[in-house]
Design a protein around this ligand. Structure first.
Ligand code: DX5
Ligand code: ZN
Length: 219
């Protein structure tokens, strides 16, 4: 089994110096950069949009793992692709036609992800599993960093792992929300390929990014 990938969420970074924060994450051996886009409508918080992401692009060659918590999402997909996203993840509730939105992401030569809120069943993603590159399991209700991990969401990870393996797919499973050094291990055992973490990476051990990334990776 390949080692788990770490996608630090810049939601916990200092927004006044995102460029240097991203550089520091690359130095600290992050695998991806998780960028949370929130619109104050789909979720009760507002972050950044494509303009800022395009300005951040020059600070790293790491893939941008862009998590769109915006609705309706469809018309904005091109903007995020052009801004430099490598993975574009959308929520099924944010589009009228999930298949069309996935096809749009793929037509722009980007990896497509579908994210499931804690209360959303995996039945939403099973019909499109073959079309996508990633399933993002939300282990908190989206909107804010620093929330408590909802451990019941691991059951969805296990069921998905089974489906993906049985069907011989390469779809990756990412988990997002409340990940810490303790639950990183059980998430990995449940079949997660990528861990997102904001608070743990930026705040534990006095913000020692490299140490925190290593500890999460070790599980
Ligand atoms: C929540 C975001 C997460 C969040 C994770 O809506 O999708 O990516 O930043 O932060 P922590 O690790 O603090 O739960
Ligand atoms: Zn996220």
């Amino acid at each position: 089994m390949t080692s788990i990938k770490i996608s630090p969420s810049i939601l916990s970074a200092d927004f006044s110096k995102l460029g240097s924060e991203i550089k520091s994450l690359e130095k600290a051996e992050a695998d991806l950069i998780h960028i949370d886009v929130m619109d104050g409508h789909f979720v009760p918080n507002i972050t950044i949009g494509p303009e800022v992401i395009s300005k951040l692009r020059k600070y790293t060659s790491l893939p941008f793992d862009v998590h769109l918590m915006i609705s309706p999402v469809h018309e904005f997909i091109t903007n995020f692709a052009e801004a430099g996203a490598d993975i574009i993840t959308i929520h099924p509730e944010a589009t009228d036609d999930l298949v069309a939105s996935i096809k749009k992401i793929k037509s722009l030569n980007k990896k497509a992800g579908v994210s499931l809120n804690p209360e959303t069943s995996i039945d939403k993603v099973l019909p499109v599993l073959k079309m996508i590159d990633l399933v993002l399991i939300m282990s908190v209700n989206p909107g804010f960093g620093g929330q408590k991990f909802i451990k019941e969401t691991l059951e969805k990870v296990k069921s998905l792992r089974k489906q993906i393996d049985e069907q011989g797919l390469k779809t990756q499973i990412e988990i997002d929300g409340g990940i810490n050094f303790e639950n990183a291990k059980i998430a990995k055992m449940a079949g997660v390929d990528i861990l997102v973490s904001g608070t743990t990476i930026f705040k534990e051990n006095n913000g020692d990014l490299k140490k925190n990334i290593q500890l999460l990776r070790k599980g």
